[in-house]
Design a protein around this ligand. Sequence first.
Ligand code: FE2
Length: 376
Amino acid sequence: MARAENASEQEEGRDLFTIKGTHHIEFFVGNAKQAAYFYRRAFGFELFAYAGPETGVRETVSYALRQGKIVLLLTTPLLPDHPSTDFLKQHGDGVRDIALHVTDAAEAYSITTGRGARGVAEPHTVEDENGSVTLASIATYGDTVHTFVQREDSYTGPFLPHFKATPQDTLAQAVGLQFVDHVVGNVGWEQMNETVEFYKKVFGFSRFVSFDDKDISTDYTALRSTVVANENRWIKFPINEPAEGLRKSQIEEYVQFNNGPGVQHIAMHTSDIVHTVSQLHANGVDFLVTPDTYYDELRDRVGDIDESFERLRQLKILVDRDDKGYMLQIFTKPLEDRPTLFIEIIQRHGAESFGKGNFKALFESIEREQETRGNL
Ligand code: FE2
């Protein structure tokens, strides 16, 4: 397989405003009470805050869950004419908001809308007895939004105004998830470039040129992907579009069932993927199955690694290498009945790429199995 000279490089790009990181990821779901139980019990997220009628919020209920630096917010509408009800009708359960922690929400809103982003919520300050937080939101692909969260250290509440802390969560057992590594958006045919240009123009993000770009084999992947990142690369958004390939594009399937563009997967980092995936298995999380033949060639493909190849084979964890190091990854099956949103568990040992080499290796291992059945 041809290897790039440099695994990654960054085009010139300067952040137009300060982003401290991902503040939280909000899902609109049909039944947040039950979804919270799933993410607590299966993925080990701790419930720490709640907003709803009991806290003075009349139209929605929201459960805030956390593990490491990752915060998930699960929101369900209580009224049929609430905007989130229409989101659920169109898309089913999924990601509504990739909320970014900024130093100045009004500035972020003014810069992004001044550069062509569509405003969804103008800057507004919400407050309760713990202090105040300023929020503003803009639209991105599909019905997905970015909320800019300006929360000072002086705000003493558990999460955002009108959220109340919940009792110690005795159900959730953390599995070692630490932070959001990247969030992937799926868009329709021929929409990738305009989405990439949106992030370049509106946020000042730049194309994160990685090993993956030079190794795209659309025959095998049936997708095209470009990664945009902020200056310090804490925010990485790969954008996928469907491509013609040997099989129907998985991106096309996503866009059909999601009824438009949306978040395809959230990659969460762990420093011990063998431990994390073992725990997730024990909790009943379903992962994509990797054929055993994938592991026959693995040692030749990736060389020496710290982890036991046998353990990786048992857990079906994938490995890829670039010139900066290697990474391990595994993908869950879709988390809802529509084949839409899933989660990736990732551990990086230096590598900055996103695992595209695995598409080809997986495809070839499937072909080897076909061959053994005389069907190739
Ligand atoms: Fe990924």
